[in-house]
Design a protein around this ligand. Sequence first.
Ligand code: NDP
Length: 273
Amino acid sequence: MPPARLRLNDGHMIPQLGLGIWQVPEATTAAIVAAALQAGYRLVDGAAIYGNEAGQGEGIRASGVPRDEVFVTTKVWNDDQGYDATLRAVEASLARLGMETVELCLIHWPTPARNLFVDTWRALIRLKEDGRVRSIGVSNFNGDHLERIIGETGTVPVLNQVELNPRLQQAELRDLHDRLGIVTQSWTPLGQGRSFDAAPVQTAAARTGKSPAQVILRWHVQLGVSVIPRSTRPEGLAENLDVFDFILNPEEMAAMAALDEGARCGPDPMVFG
Ligand code: NDP
């Protein structure tokens, strides 16, 4: 069953589940991206800093899947923040990808100490107006950062990609996103496997005949968020996509909610960058 799609606040659609390619070596990226698309994935989440945009583009072209069926994300790295630097950085990303446009471009981190994210956001607005990117969003932003870019430009990001997994459930931020019409997208959705052995995950896995990773990805889907697991194994790619044919019941969802510890795997966006 193919991934469901979510509507963005600018009218475009995004597949609810996609492939993340952080830490995938450039040399193997094209093959993994092509395999994922052939397995049914339609969203590939990349970033300039991942160093594999050429492979991301090459894999999409090699897959045989028409370009207009694939949702491509890239991100502006911290060192490229600022209006002119962002315009240049996105052009460089498009050149590496070998594409005229991408479906989504995000500010990778707010890096509050640099205080450049509003100028960076203005550059993304310009790139959208110029048709170089179709939709624009952010990553690792908190409520204050969102309020600031919206207040200063009037443009609401379509999406905020944040760390979200059973140990860091981001309920408050998800509520804010819902009020603002912003799609939440989960990075490190499997939480480095730290919840695979948790009782609610194991119990749901036993009842449904699914793996712990599938239970956790299904939990993301039922939260209504978009999710971008990474696997470099063909079996892992197939397993992670196969989460649209079962449902966690309300008791299982409640048991998953109780796993929240507010514990991050990644850096704190208030200080990173
Ligand atoms: P994930 O939560 O997707 O986990 C990836 C790890 O889990 C890999 O070690 C993988 O190993 C393993 N894994 C994948 N599937 C399974 C499975 N079914 N069963 C058991 N193990 C599995 O982590 P990421 O940190 O990569 O996050 C996903 C994506 O989010 C990134 O690739 C990137 O695109 C994005 N991201 C964005 C950030 C941001 O700041 N905006 C920060 C971090 C990530 P194997 O390959 O062997 O399957």
